[in-house]
Design a protein around this ligand. Structure first.
Ligand SMILES: [Zn+2]
Ligand SMILES: [Zn+2]
Length: 233
């Protein structure tokens, strides 16, 4: 039985990345596109967004100096095979070059050596890769893909100073009963930080509807009991 090449925990003979790690990859790809406008807004010195807001503008006289590493990140992507599972990846690579390289790796696996991935007009490489996720999670290179994508998103977050937020959920986890369920920005699933269980929003809603009314009743009983005990003493 083979272990997931990303978390090295969950075994799954049919794939190289487990379902929770697939959710992570999808969330990272969504975040790349969601962060792109903030990245563009951070291109000029003194224009770094703080918490999603663009601050420090208003220098209207001369063009502001461009931040080199942001310019590199946003540079147009090429398919020069500088990335991908066989490439020696080092230094700053434009985000589109990095993602296009992995799209080329998908095309290489599915079509053959040298195949050029086709991308519809207006489609981003992140959306393209998300569409080919069923192949990505069976590829031998999924671990390297995750490492590079994670590193890319960290580089972007460092520029935009925008981190995904986690919203805690009210109901306890249906698997381990810990109050550790939450949903992080860009994630499609609600996950348990304690045991890694994943729930779709619909599954969580159904679970919450069954588990919360009895829990609320117990809470009321405990409060009433505490009150009565205090009255009696
Ligand atoms: Zn995994
Ligand atoms: Zn759990």
């Amino acid at each position: 039985m083979s272990l997931c090449l990303i978390c090295h925990r969950t075994p799954d003979p049919a794939r190289t990345a487990c379902q929770p790690c697939e959710a992570t990859l999808r969330a990272l790809l969504l975040e790349v596109d969601a962060q792109r406008p903030l990245l563009a807004a951070s291109l000029y010195l003194g224009a770094a967004p703080a918490g999603g807001r663009v601050t420090g503008g208003g220098r209207a006289h001369s063009p502001l100096p461009v931040r080199g590493h942001v310019l590199t990140l946003l540079a147009a992507g090429t398919l020069d095979a500088v990335t991908g599972p066989r490439a020696d990846q080092s230094g700053d690579v434009p985000l589109d070059t990095l993602l296009a390289g992995w799209a080329a790796a998908v095309a290489n696996d599915l079509v053959g050596p040298g195949a050029v991935p086709f991308r519809r007009r207006g489609m981003t490489w992140a959306t393209w890769l998300a569409a080919y996720m069923p192949h990505v999670v069976t590829a031998s290179w999924v671990g390297a893909f995750h490492t590079e994508l994670d590193d890319l998103v960290r580089r972007i977050r460092a520029v935009t100073t925008t981190e995904p937020r986690r919203n805690a959920m009210q109901a306890p986890c249906p698997s381990c009963m810990a109050f550790a369920l939450g949903r992080t920005d860009w994630q499609t699933y609600i996950d348990c930080e304690a045991c890694g269980t994943l729930l779709t929003p619909a599954e969580y809603d159904a679970h919450r509807a069954t588990v919360m009314p009895p829990l609320a009743r117990i809470g009321v009983l405990i409060a009433a009991h505490t009150h009565l005990t205090r009255e009696a003493s």
